[in-house]
Design a protein around this ligand. Structure first.
Ligand code: ASP
Ligand code: MG
Length: 401
């Protein structure tokens, strides 16, 4: 078998954990499998690098940020190869250049285009464990790019797809995907199986266990994922096309505290304005979520939407640069908001799910500011201070058992 195993930052946070991971990989290797390991940066390394960069230049060029942040992963793969060597197992670390993992040019938000497999296959055929840097790629200018925070999962899936791996295992510090954040909702439980579509929604809406692009790519290439703990042997959560459990009404609750609401006020009330606004944001790689349009004063309209904290300053800059062309009178930004979402394939066939969610929020006095929904999710925008109580109430309404 060819197995891709990805370990997150907490799984390689110190020497002891590095050896724990090394041993888990060697176990598979000694059974005769080909093993490709993808690693994140150790512990909080990426956060620390960002902090240091901000001290030098709070508006650092994105190209240079990627140059810097890619170092974290490069450290962990080298340490891992050293650990394996000390255990007498042939291993080699490779960065995105050496593999050649080609991405788009968008620094800090690059997407994979193509992954070369020759070097990795040669090393595997030579009997080595291959350890690859997560989170990074190279673009057409031969520059280093990164995939966005949490992107190592996507590296693992891209490699699993390119190498036609038999298994893709994502190791983290929790036992799998939970119905809600167990630190906030004590009776949240592990999900045994979940479909790509539900997982994609959960990941996009704030469940941090998987990078959303990794799920998108897994679905596209039919890579079945297992999310499990690097610290024990429990079964984990399987992510696949159709989950085996009977379609649950709601499979999980996700919260995103890093949502920022932007209100664009006083737009001309005429056709094409919404198109011009969102086209501009899309062309600048800014992802927009919950959208609300309302009637303004004097034949104008107001449009509010949410973006991630990471992209908020970009969004504000782009809007201000185009304020006149888009006929915008005023732009407001608000950070103290959070998105709370329920996700479930069962919603497609059941009425009244949204009402039940709103009832749960009403029962704990939480005010809803904006609403968005799709076939398999309902999202509300609420005050960030209400998040914990809202998540508990909504989880208990649908998932308490
Ligand atoms: N080290 C990167 C981050 O902290 C990538 C990852 O962990 O997947 O976001
Ligand atoms: Mg992660």
């Amino acid at each position: 078998m060819l197995i891709v195993k990805k370990f997150g930052g907490s799984s390689v946070a110190n020497k002891e954990r590095i050896f724990n991971v090394a041993n888990r990989c060697i176990e598979d290797y000694k059974k005769g499998n080909k093993v490709v390991v993808v690693l994140s940066a150790m512990g909080d390394t990426t956060d620390e690098l960002i902090e240091q960069a901000e001290a030098i230049n709070p508006n650092a060029p994105k190209r240079e940020m990627d140059m810097l942040l890619s170092c974290g992963e490069q450290m962990s793969v080298a340490y891992m190869a050293m650990a394996m060597a000390s255990l007498g197992v042939p291993a080699i670390s490779l960065n995105a250049f050496q593999v050649a993992m080609h991405t788009t040019s968008a620094y800090s938000a690059a997407k994979f285009k193509r992954v070369d497999t020759e070097r990795i296959n040669n090393e595997l055929d030579a009997g080595k464990i291959v350890i690859v840097t997560g989170f990074q790629g190279i673009n057409k200018f031969d520059d280093i790019t990164t995939l966005g925070r949490g992107g190592s999962d996507t590296t693992a899936v891209a490699l699993a797809a390119a190498l036609r791996a038999d298994a893709c295992e994502i190791y983290t510090d929790v036992d799998g995907v939970y119905t809600a954040d167990p630190r906030v909702v004590p009776n949240a439980h592990k999900i045994e199986e979940i479909s790509y579509d539900e997982m994609l929604e959960l990941a996009t809406l704030g469940a941090k266990v998987l990078h959303n692009r990794s799920v998108e790519m897994a679905k596209k290439y039919g890579v079945q994922l297992v999310v499990r703990s690097s610290l024990n042997n429990s079964e984990g959560t399987i992510v696949k096309e159709v989950a085996n459990v009977e379609s649950m009404l709601v499979s999980g609750v996700a919260v995103d505290k890093k949502a920022v609401r932007i209100a664009v006020i006083g737009l001309k009330n005429e056709p094409g304005i919404a198109f011009k606004l969102f086209d501009l944001l899309a062309k600048n790689n800014i992802n927009v979520d919950v959208i609300l349009q309302s009637i303004g004063r004097e034949d104008t309209k107001d449009i509010s939407f949410t973006v991630s904290e990471e992209q908020a300053s970009d969004a504000m800059r782009v809007l201000k640069e185009n304020q006149e062309r888009l006929t915008i009178q005023k732009i407001e930004e608000e950070e103290n908001v959070a998105k709370l979402s329920i996700v479930g394939a069962g919603m497609q066939t059941h009425a009244g799910v949204a009402a039940k969610m709103f009832e749960a929020l009403y029962s704990v006095g939480v005010n809803i500011r904006m609403i968005a929904s799709s076939e398999i999710r309902v999202t509300v925008l609420i005050d960030v201070d209400d998040v914990d109580i809202a998540m508990k109430a909504v989880h208990d309404k649908f998932l308490d058992d």
